[in-house]
Ligand binder design. Sequence first.
Ligand SMILES: Cc1cc2nc3c(=O)[nH]c(=O)nc-3n(C[C@H](O)[C@H](O)[C@H](O)COP(=O)(O)O)c2cc1C
Length: 156
Amino acid sequence: MKTVLVTYYSRSGNTKKMAEMITKGLVVRGIKADLIPVEEVPIDSLPGYDGYIVGSPNYFGTMAWPIKKFVDESVKYYKKLEGKAAAAFTSEGVIGGGGDAVLLDILKCFLIHGCVVQGLTGIGHFGPVAIGAPDERIGKEVDILVERFGALLEKL
Ligand SMILES: Cc1cc2nc3c(=O)[nH]c(=O)nc-3n(C[C@H](O)[C@H](O)[C@H](O)COP(=O)(O)O)c2cc1C
């Protein structure tokens, strides 16, 4: 069974809700998903996963520092995560607040790890970007992301 780490930072709960929706979607599709706040992820668990879905609130157009800390600590496994799948999600305060930049910053880190990222068409191209709490639109985007991510995992 494929196993995915869904991790996030969230101060007021919006990104956490997205992480819960993503985890539920993975489990429904028969994928084992560990939902863990980023501060609690044992860095040594990273090589054991087939994929990573990482969420951060938009803080000044990039990821919140606990997510960056996690990414920086993941350098311990540089070259050991190659070929695994990765995706990102974010919540921001306003439309156009820089959410795409947040996603690309997170995805860039996983590309540098040699991970494989699925692009998306017809929805947020780099991953779901909620405005505040996730709504019905984000529910649909999460469904599509999870479906594509599951298909990607099968190919890797
Ligand atoms: C330090 C800080 C910086 C922020 N910067 C931005 C920003 O650049 N653009 C934006 O749209 N929202 C920004 N926000 C708003 C948050 O991204 C937004 O409230 C988000 O939904 C919070 O997610 P959470 O509930 O998971 O903590 C910022 C909030 C904080 C606390």
